[in-house]
Design a protein around this ligand. Structure first.
Ligand code: HEC
Length: 501
């Protein structure tokens, strides 16, 4: 037997092998144990599908399942489509590679047996079966209820906003300053849930609440882990609206976020921080089917990783996070081999991996800018960083906590006000930007971009790590801050303070 023959023999065996699973189940039909909706299918749908596939089902960042899978009448017409989607592993939506089964607590996946059952049901006539076999219907929180339970605080966009008929992609930021009444004192956050106010919300980025992307579940921190919400904080809603433009497509939106706190007086031990791994200076050549970019960030204290959320746009192809230990060992932490822009999942670890001090987190992202990528709006274009979905992003969000909280080395707020003000670039016709203080953090606000936080690095020195931008503030003889010199990937720009706040 030559090589080619033995190949096809083993392929045959493979095909027969998969057929036997469905066939065996189909044969059961003959001896009276036919696969039925009530006995076999409904329990699988309840456990894996109804969260989304029901009336008023989960709206995960604008992804709402178009049909309910609750009653036999509802499911029956979809039997074949269900078989197809689960075999192709398109449903339930989950993009981590199979080797990570059991690693993430928000995993959605079916076992081989469950897939075989759904396939066999569709292949054998999709019978209802004995109504007495059916499990109790699931009960879901009242529609209008929050999945995190009754919130302690709901923050809404300040007013309704009309996303006009001609809008396709729109980025707009709303800020809501928390009043004394809403938040009289600093509190520790336990859970956050965003609610899009309309179907045209594509994603929301919020400082400091995180945000909402398609397919995200609410964020619930493990006991003992918190994010702080300070009184007087301005909560931002950086909205990305996306829809087909056209007459009559305009929609009102007022999105909101709900927050649950730890009980007053309880100080959880671990503060959750977010690192953003990525570059903003990549160029993806036209037609390139596998453009990759990598970045690594080292952590000089012991950390544990809470979650990863890779974010790219329509040309996003894959993402891998790895740990590179000081001794040279490398371990895969998350592999998303087929990134799907529609499902921007946050991968939440069951058992947070611990990285000893000195470990680097290495991120590789890949894009497909070829005509073979069905989502590619234009394979003839070189693509750079940008807000619209037709431009690209490289954001490897990572939530983590220090095993031991570092000594508070906080620069006090009074000292930070020295940097606040409006600055104007010294080049002719220079534009201006502002540095402001919100919730105890300095924010840089450049026209046309959402405000971003800058972190203290050394005396009078701040950085925006994502764009590898360093800001060195200068003082005059009276020790007042009067200018800033910005270093950004080889470019140096000086700006003079023109107005104090
Ligand atoms: C996290 C929410 C979610 C879960 C869980 C989920 N679905 Fe879906 N499903 C969707 C959304 C949203 C759509 C429509 C958009 C799309 O196709 O991606 C969809 C579409 C479908 C379709 C139609 C595909 C087509 O267009 O022909 C089928 C069939 C389907 N789901 C089956 C299932 C089954 C079976 C399960 C459980 C094993 C499941 N889904 C779990 C959200 C979900």
């Amino acid at each position: 037997m030559n090589f080619r023959n033995s190949m096809s023999t083993s392929m045959m065996a493979f095909v027969l092998g998969t057929m036997t699973a469905a066939q065996a189940l189909a044969n059961d039909a003959v001896d009276g144990t036919k696969v039925t909706f009530t006995k076999d299918v409904l329990p699988i749908l309840q456990e894996n599908c109804q969260d989304c596939h029901r009336t008023g089902g989960a709206n995960l960042g604008g992804m709402v399942a178009p049909m309910a899978f609750v009653t036999y009448q509802e499911v029956r017409p979809w039997a074949k489509a269900i078989a197809k989607e689960v075999q192709a592993r398109n449903m339930p939506p989950w993009d981590a590679s199979p080797e990570f089964q059991g690693v993430f607590k928000n995993e959605r996946s079916l076992t081989e047996d469950e897939i075989a059952t759904l396939v066999a049901w569709a292949a054998t006539g999709a019978a209802n079966g004995n109504p007495n076999d059916a499990p109790q219907p699931l009960t879901f929180p009242e529609s209008g209820g929050w999945q995190i339970g009754t919130p302690d605080l709901v923050v809404e966009m300040p007013e309704k906003y009309f996303v006009a008929d001609d809008v396709e992609d729109l980025y707009i930021t709303f800020n809501v300053e928390l009043t004394e009444e809403q938040l009289p004192e600093d509190r520790y956050i336990k859970a956050i849930e965003f609610r899009p106010g309309s179907s045209v919300v594509h994603h929301i980025i919020s400082d400091p609440l995180g945000g909402l992307a398609p397919g995200n579940d609410p964020t619930v921190f493990a006991d003992g882990y918190y994010q702080e919400l300070r009184k007087g904080t301005a909560v931002s809603f950086q909205m990305h609206y996306h829809k087909e433009p056209g007459p009559g497509t305009g929609v009102w939106d007022r999105s909101s976020a709900a927050v649950k706190f730890y009980p007053k007086g309880e100080k959880p031990e671990h503060q959750i921080r977010t690192a953003v791994l990525g570059h903003m200076d990549f160029k993806i050549p036209a037609g390139d089917s596998n453009y990759t970019d990598t970045i690594e960030e080292s952590f000089d204290q012991d950390i544990e990783i809470i979650s990863f959320s890779p974010h790219m746009h329509l040309r996003g192809k894959s993402a891998q996070y790895r740990a590179k230990y000081a001794d040279g060992n490398v371990k895969s932490l998350l592999d998303v081999p087929n990134y799907d822009f529609n499902w921007q999942t946050s991968y939440e670890f069951n058992d947070p991996p611990v990285l000893p001090a000195g470990t680097k987190v290495h991120l590789t992202m890949a894009w497909d800018n070829s005509a073979d990528n069905p989502h590619n709006p234009d394979p003839t274009k070189e693509v750079v960083f940008g807000q619209p979905t037709t431009a690209e992003m490289m954001f490897g969000f990572m939530r983590f906590a220090y095993l031991e909280e570092p000594e508070e080395s906080e620069v006090d707020a009074a000292a930070l006000t020295a940097f606040v003000g409006t600055y104007k670039f010294d080049v002719r016709g220079g534009t201006s930007f502002t540095i402001s203080l919100k919730g105890g953090k300095l924010m840089a606000d450049f026209p046309g971009n959402p405000p971003f936080p800058i972190a203290s690095k050394a005396k009078d020195q701040f950085e925006f790590a994502l764009a590898s931008m360093v800001l060195n503030f200068k003082r005059n003889d009276d020790d007042d801050v009067d200018a800033v010199v910005m270093h950004n990937q080889g470019d140096v720009h000086r700006a003079t303070k023109v107005k104090k706040e």
